[in-house]
Write a protein that binds this ligand. Structure first.
Ligand SMILES: [Zn+2]
Ligand SMILES: [Zn+2]
Ligand SMILES: [Zn+2]
Ligand SMILES: [Zn+2]
Length: 208
């Protein structure tokens, strides 16, 4: 039997726009700001996301880790002497950020027909100079660290002593924990207005 892809895709799209992507049972009312998930499922997804930042302490640990990783990636990128094949200094951003690998972006694009955006150390240096007003080489070589964010960089430019008593990572972690607990509270309030429609039909994977 010939499989009708056109019909299949049409069904899938119709189905998707109608039923919750998670439980495939309810028709989302959109009160929580999404038509992809019903309110109950969306709330649960958000709750799980918030659980990744259950406390200030964990959010802080995570921020520290991310901050260190960013620093290491920039240092790694700085050490890159270019592609031995084409000579380009641009690497694939995804490979660097996700896999900690320096992969020539032009060569990857040529080979696979697709890649993420190219980044290079000189391009990054320009970015940091333009948006944070800092000299990246100076930070990597002399300070062995990076400002936490734009604000941190600004503080440091005003007062070189900022680095010694910088609390910017602590602040970021605090904001993050508050943001999650606040949005959950907000959603809980909104849930009272939920008008998601429950569908009686038991939907299984093959309906999809
Ligand atoms: Zn649902
Ligand atoms: Zn190359
Ligand atoms: Zn700071
Ligand atoms: Zn709802």
């Amino acid at each position: 039997m010939e499989w009708n892809w056109k019909e299949y895709n049409k069904d899938k799209t119709l189905f998707r726009s109608y039923y919750c992507l998670e439980c495939k049972q309810n028709k989302p009312c959109g009160v929580l700001g999404t038509r992809d998930y019903c309110c109950a499922c969306y709330f649960q997804i958000e709750q799980e996301r918030a659980e990744e930042y259950p406390s200030y302490e964990m959010a802080y640990q995570r921020k520290v880790k991310e901050h260190r990783a960013r620093y290491k990636q920039l240092e790694f990128l700085k050490s890159y002497s270019g592609c031995s094949h084409c000579g380009s200094l641009a690497v694939d951003a995804y490979e660097l950020y996700e896999n900690n690998r320096l992969v020539c972006q032009p060569c990857l694009a040529k080979k696979t027909g697709g890649s993420s955006s190219p980044i290079s150390f000189s391009e990054r240096s320009k970015w940091y100079r333009k948006y944070w007003g800092i000299n990246l080489i100076e930070w990597l070589e002399d300070y062995g660290c990076l400002p936490v964010n734009t604000n941190c960089a600004r503080e440091w430019l005003k007062d070189k002593g900022h680095l010694r008593n910088c609390q910017c990572l602590e602040l970021e972690a605090q904001k993050l924990t508050e943001m999650f607990s606040n949005s959950l509270k907000e959603y809980q309030e909104k849930l009272k207005e939920c008008a998601c429609e429950k569908s009686e039909k038991v939907r299984v994977g093959s309906d999809y």
